[in-house]
Write a protein that binds this ligand. Structure first.
Ligand SMILES: C[S@@+](CC[C@H](N)C(=O)[O-])C[C@H]1O[C@@H](n2cnc3c(N)ncnc32)[C@H](O)[C@@H]1O
Length: 163
C-alpha cells in the first residue's frame, strides 16, 4: 500500500511472491509498472481499498503510516483486507532518524556518497512516529500478536500484527 515507484514490489516479485501494489498517484503507478512488470498495480486510495475483506496473506505499507492524515483508518483498512491467518506490517521512521544520526550511520556503514546523500535528504524530511504510539494504534483497532523490528540502527522500525 502506497507502493510508490515499485522498488519493494520488484524485490518481492523476485522472491516469488504474487504482488499487488496500490498508490493514489498515477505517476507512481506508471513507474511501478515499469519497474515490476510482473506485479499488478492499481491507482487507489489506501484508506478506501477496492478489495474484498481477507483478500491478502500479507499487507505491507512502507513509509505510508507516517504520511497519511488518519492513521487509525489506514490500519483498519489494512487489517480488513488481510486474511484472518495473515499479517499486516508497517514501516516508519522513528524520532531517532535525524540528519546527525544518519551521517553517523552512513560513516559506520561506509555508504557510497549517493546513498549517504539519499539517507541525509530522507532523514531531514521524514515525518517520524514512535513505537509506543504506533503500538497503541495497532491495539486500538484490535490487532493481535503485535511484534516490532528495528532497521538502520533503530532509525526505522516496522510493526506487524495479525488482524
Ligand atoms: C513516502 S512514499 C513511500 C513509497 C514506497 N512505499 C517506498 O517505501 O519507497 C509514500 C507513497 O504513498 C503514496 N500515498 C500517500 N497517501 C496515500 C493514500 N492515501 N493512498 C494511497 N497511496 C498514498 C504516495 O503517493 C507515495 O507514493
Amino acid at each position: 500500500m502506497g507502493c510508490g515507484p515499485g522498488n519493494l514490489s520488484a524485490y518481492l516479485v523476485q522472491k516469488g511472491y504474487k504482488v499487488t501494489g496500490v498508490d493514489r498517484s498515477e505517476r507512481m503507478i506508471s513507474a511501478a509498472h515499469r519497474r515490476a512488470g510482473n506485479a499488478s498495480f492499481q491507482t487507489a486510495d489506501a484508506l478506501h481499498l477496492p478489495f474484498e475483506d481477507n483478500s491478502f496473506d500479507l499487507v505491507i505499507a512502507a513509509s505510508l503510516l507516517n504520511v497519511v492524515a488518519d492513521r487509525a483508518a489506514l490500519l483498519q483498512e489494512m487489517a480488513r483486507v488481510t486474511d484472518s491467518e495473515g499479517k499486516f506490517s508497517t514501516l516508519f521512521p522513528t524520532p531517532g532518524f535525524s540528519p546527525k544520526a544518519s551521517a553517523i550511520y552512513a560513516d559506520q556503514q561506509k555508504l557510497s556518497s549517493l546513498e549517504s546523500a539519499a539517507i541525509d535528504l530522507w532523514s531531514g524530511k521524514a515525518k517520524q512516529l514512535d513505537q509506543e504510539s504506533v503500538t497503541t494504534l495497532f491495539s486500538d483497532i484490535g490487532a493481535t500478536n503485535i511484534t516490532h523490528r528495528e532497521y538502520l540502527d533503530g532509525m526505522l522500525m516496522s510493526l506487524q500484527a495479525a488482524p
